[in-house]
Design a protein around this ligand. Structure first.
Ligand SMILES: Nc1nc2c(ncn2[C@@H]2O[C@H](COP(=O)(O)OP(=O)(O)O)[C@@H](O)[C@H]2O)c(=O)[nH]1
Ligand SMILES: [Mg+2]
Length: 315
C-alpha cells in the first residue's frame, strides 16, 4: 500500500492534502495511489453545486456544511475554478464565506484550479473527491463556477448535481442551450427573496416536464441562503436522489454507465501519455514548419507508435 494511503487510513489530514497534490502534479505513483484509494471507498455522498458566478453557491455550501454537521456528519468541500490558472481569485471570496468552518476538524476545504494534471481539471477533481471519501468524510461537496463545457465535465464526477439559478438572471436559456438539462439532478432557485421567483419556477417546471425520464423527476428547490431558508429541503432532495441512485435498478444502470465512461477516459489519458513519451524519447517532434499538415503528421505519429508497440517495446 502507498505510504500516503497508510497515513490517510490513520486520519492524517496532511497526508490527504499531499495525496491530492500528488495527483494534481501527475506524479508517476498516481494510478497506484488512486487504486489503493478506490479500494478504501466508503459511503460518502458526492454532491456538486454549479452555476454562474454570484449565484450564491458558496453561501449555500456554507449553509449546507452547518446543516450536515448538525446531523453529526463530516464534510469535505472542493472548490473548483476552471477559469483561473491559480488557486485563489474568485475562490478567495469562497474562503471568506466558509471561514467559520476552517477550525472544525469535521470540515475540510480545498481549492483547485486549472494548473497541472494531464487528464484535466475534471479528472483531478474526481480523484480528489475519492481521496476525501477514502479518508472517511461522509459528504463531499464540489462547487464549480459554471462555464460551458468544463462545467459539464466537472458535473459528471459527482453523483448528484444541483444547478443553482437566481431570479431574472437569464441563466435558464443558457442551461437549455448547453445541454445542462440532461445532467442536472436538481435545480436550486437561490435568492428566492428577489422578484421573479414564480416566473423562473414555472419555466423550470416546463423544462423539467419536457426532459423528464420515467425514472426520476428533477426536483426544484427554493432557497434564501442569506436567511438560511430552504436548506433542509435542499438536503432532503439531495438524499432522495441518492436513494434513487443507490437503491433502484435504474440508478444502478446509470452508475454503471458512468463508471464505463470513466474507464474510457482513463484509457485515453494513458494512451496519450504513452504516445507523447514515445515521441519525446525519439526527439521525433511532429511539427517542424508551421505549414505542416497536422492531420497527416498525427496519423504518421500514431501509426509509428502502434507499429513499434508503444514506449515499453520501442524504448
Ligand atoms: N439576496 C440574496 N443574496 C444572496 C443570497 N445568497 C447569496 N447571496 C449573495 O450573493 C453574493 C454572491 O454569493 P456567493 O455565495 O459568493 O456566490 P457564488 O459565486 O455562486 O459562490 C454574495 O454577496 C451573497 O451574500 C440570497 O439567497 N439572497
Ligand atoms: Mg463561490
Amino acid at each position: 500500500m502507498h505510504p500516503l494511503v497508510e497515513r490517510i487510513k490513520k486520519k492524517d489530514i496532511r497526508a490527504l492534502a499531499k495525496a491530492i497534490t500528488l495527483v494534481e502534479n501527475d506524479h508517476e505513483e498516481k494510478l497506484e495511489l488512486l487504486s489503493d484509494i478506490f479500494a478504501m471507498k466508503k459511503q460518502a455522498i458526492y454532491v456538486g453545486l454549479t452555476g454562474s458566478p454570484g449565484a450564491g453557491k458558496s453561501s449555500l455550501v456554507n449553509r449546507l456544511i452547518s446543516h450536515v454537521r448538525a446531523e453529526g456528519k463530516s464534510v469535505a468541500v472542493i472548490a473548483v475554478d476552471p477559469t483561473s490558472p491559480f488557486s485563489g481569485g474568485a475562490l478567495l471570496g469562497d474562503r471568506v464565506r466558509m471561514n467559520e468552518h476552517f477550525t472544525d476538524d469535521g470540515v475540510y476545504i480545498r481549492s483547485m484550479a486549472t494548473r497541472g494534471s494531464l487528464g484535466g481539471l475534471a479528472r483531478t477533481t474526481k480523484d480528489a473527491v475519492r481521496i476525501c471519501d477514502a479518508y472517511g468524510f461522509d459528504v463531499v461537496i464540489v462547487e464549480t463556477v459554471g462555464v460551458g463545457q468544463s462545467e459539464l465535465d466537472i458535473m459528471k464526477i459527482v453523483d448528484t448535481t444541483a444547478v443553482v439559478l437566481t431570479p431574472n438572471s437569464g441563466d435558464v436559456l443558457q442551461i437549455f442551450k448547453a445541454g445542462i438539462m440532461e445532467i442536472a439532478d436538481l435545480f436550486v432557485i437561490n435568492k428566492a427573496d428577489l422578484h421573479g421567483v414564480g416566473k423562473l419556477k414555472a419555466l423550470l417546471r416546463e423544462l423539467v416536464m419536457m426532459t423528464m425520464t420515467e425514472h426520476h423527476e428533477t426536483a426544484i428547490v427554493k432557497t434564501i441562503s442569506t436567511e438560511n431558508k430552504g436548506i433542509d429541503e435542499l438536503w432532503e432532495k439531495i438524499q432522495a436522489h441518492q436513494q434513487f441512485l443507490y437503491h433502484t435498478e435504474a440508478g444502478k444502470v446509470r452508475r454503471t454507465q458512468q463508471q464505463q465512461l470513466e474507464v474510457y477516459e482513463l484509457i485515453r489519458e494513458e494512451i496519450w501519455r504513452d504516445v507523447k513519451q514515445f515521441i519525446e524519447a525519439r526527439n521525433d517532434l511532429p511539427v517542424i514548419d508551421p505549414n505542416d499538415d497536422p492531420y497527416m503528421l498525427a496519423k504518421t505519429c500514431f501509426e509509428k507508435w502502434k507499429r513499434e508497440g508503444g514506449t515499453k517495446h520501442g524504448g
